[in-house]
Design a protein around this ligand. Sequence first.
Ligand code: SAH
Length: 219
Amino acid sequence: MDWATMRRALVEQLKARGITNRAVLHAIGRVPRHWFVPRSLRQYAYEDRALPIGYGQTISQPYTVARMLEALAPEPGLRVLEVGLGSGYLTALLLAMNCRVWAIERIYGLFRRAQKVLRHLGLCQPATCHLVWGDGWWGLPAFAPYDRIVVSASVRQVPPAYLLQLRYGGRLVIPFEKYDWLAGRYQLLRITRMGPSHYRTEDLGPFVFVPLRPGTEPH
Ligand code: SAH
């Protein structure tokens, strides 16, 4: 089976699991996920599962990514902040959906690799794609406000910076760790900024994520 056929099969699987947003499905059907996983794992790139990408991190499961994107509802031209660039796969989907993306990653090796792949695929153009190596806990205030903020690593407390850097009417999608001892029971939250200090929170159900960590790692 060639990559395109495998990608189509993945899209069908996601549809069967309840993903309906056409723009999201279209992007997943176009972006070559096998470029974003280690070479030795390429044959698994279109299975619906998370895969290791080195440095103890993972590329998120396609179903999780699809649910996050559906909740985010990205639209062409919107300004999106992404915390936890990782492999760059979610960034690629946002760019394929014609968003303007600012993506930040704390691990230098992952940042460099994602940058290379996104440039190689022609997705990272100077006008729409801004990749930053740094600690995403503080968001990126210099380019705020954002229409959308998406966080790929889980938090025990929603960083106030994200709430403040959201435009009124804007949405934040973030995995939230509840204080319970059941591993992997993170709730994906969607927080909508209704006004200067008025936010609405919705619970999108349990998913598995790696944790958001402070600081940066140069090696
Ligand atoms: N969207 C990515 C998910 C990668 S996993 C993908 O599909 O590949 C989450 C990423 O968040 C990891 O790469 C991890 O290094 C990064 N991360 C964790 N804490 C961070 C922080 N404080 N600032 C920026 N990135 C962070």
